[in-house]
Design a protein around this ligand. Structure first.
Ligand code: NDP
Length: 298
């Protein structure tokens, strides 16, 4: 029998999106324009098309203008950079998101570097990574910020908590570790070269798994009562009853839920937070561009 509290990221994200909708309506009243997010999709990657469609729909629902730019896979670096420059100058555009991965031959780092850091609502630009590293206000990548929101909502003050982040990517693991450090947790970053990973994880009051390996973190790695945030999204091979393949996280949910105090499910945990935080970052960018104070309670 599962013991752990299920942290309902979908419900939290729905609440956040509703608050964003209210704030976006107030922004429209104050400025006579909606906050705007430009999403650039190059090529026809199926998963990316789904993500971009979901982002546009979420924008519209929250009262944020969505500007979609779908470019063919044959787009050159120069063409893509020209579009980014145009969006940087466009006063209707508060946030710019270039959907990754880009097709082969396009330099992702160069494209991210071309985005105005104050429109970089994904928080991937080195300026924003640097701002996070030194404790300045900037845009924080959406997934780790969403994880932090769930943790604070569930645990309140994180001071002194032992946190283990598994994964050190620029978009999840590293910013997650920095956010937890800023929240006064004692943070360990684990990765593929970490020795005795189960033992390291067993120390943790907070575990954030961002690895990309289906159900790698087992129940007996979890300290009793720990809070487990599962960032992983992995699709298992198709079976007769799941022809599209089951979606699982990086944590063996059933086992971990027997031991943990609280855990995010996959799907329905961290995933819905990512888009909600993207909307939040766009709204914050819009306020900054309009010279208004940052909206509260987001
Ligand atoms: P990356 O592949 O960029 O990073 C994976 C990290 O896991 C690396 O640091 C790697 O270590 C580490 N790792 C790999 N194997 C092991 C292992 N056996 N033991 C310990 N650490 C290991 O992935 P991302 O950070 O981009 O994504 C991680 C997961 O989160 C994926 O499943 C992805 O789909 C999901 N994701 C979900 C999002 C959401 O919205 N919910 C958003 C973004 C990602 P090393 O550095 O040594 O190679």
């Amino acid at each position: 029998m599962a013991q752990a509290v299920r942290i309902d990221g979908k419900a939290f994200a729905d609440g956040l999106r509703a608050r964003i909708g209210v704030a976006a309506a107030a922004f429209l009243q104050q400025t006579a324009r909606r906050p705007g997010l430009a999403v650039v999709l190059v090529g026809d990657d199926a998963a990316s098309q789904v993500y971009v469609g979901a982002k546009a729909k979420a924008c519209e629902e929250a009262g944020i203008a969505s500007f979609e730019h779908r470019l063919p896979a044959t787009t050159s670096s120069a063409e893509l950079l020209t579009l980014v420059e145009r969006l940087n100058r466009d006063p209707e555009v508060d946030g710019i998101l270039v959907q990754l991965p880009l097709p082969q031959g396009l330099d992702e780092q160069a494209v991210i570097a071309a985005i105005d850091p104050d429109k970089d609502v994904d928080g991937f630009h080195v300026i924003n990574a640097g701002r996070l590293a030194v404790g300045q206000t900037g845009f924080v990548p959406c997934t780790p910020l969403g994880c932090l929101m769930l943790l604070k909502d569930h645990l309140g003050d994180l001071s002194g908590q032992e946190a283990v982040v598994i994964g050190r990517s620029n978009i999840v693991g590293k910013p997650m570790a920095q956010l937890l450090t800023d929240a006064n947790a004692t943070v360990t970053i684990a990765h593929s070269r970490t020795k005795n990973l189960p033992e390291v994880v067993r120390r943790a009051d907070i575990v954030v798994a961002a690895v990309g390996r289906p159900e790698m973190v087992r129940g007996d790695w979890i300290k009793p009562g720990a809070t487990v945030i599962d960032v992983g999204i992995n699709r298992l091979p198709p079976t007769d009853d799941k022809p599209k393949g089951r979606l699982v996280g990086d944590v063996a949910f059933g086992e971990a839920a027997e031991v943990a105090g609280a855990i995010t499910p996959v799907p329905g945990g961290v995933g819905p937070m990512t888009i909600a935080v993207l909307l939040r970052n766009t709204l914050v960018a819009a306020h900054a561009h309009a010279g208004l104070p940052a909206p509260e309670g987001l």
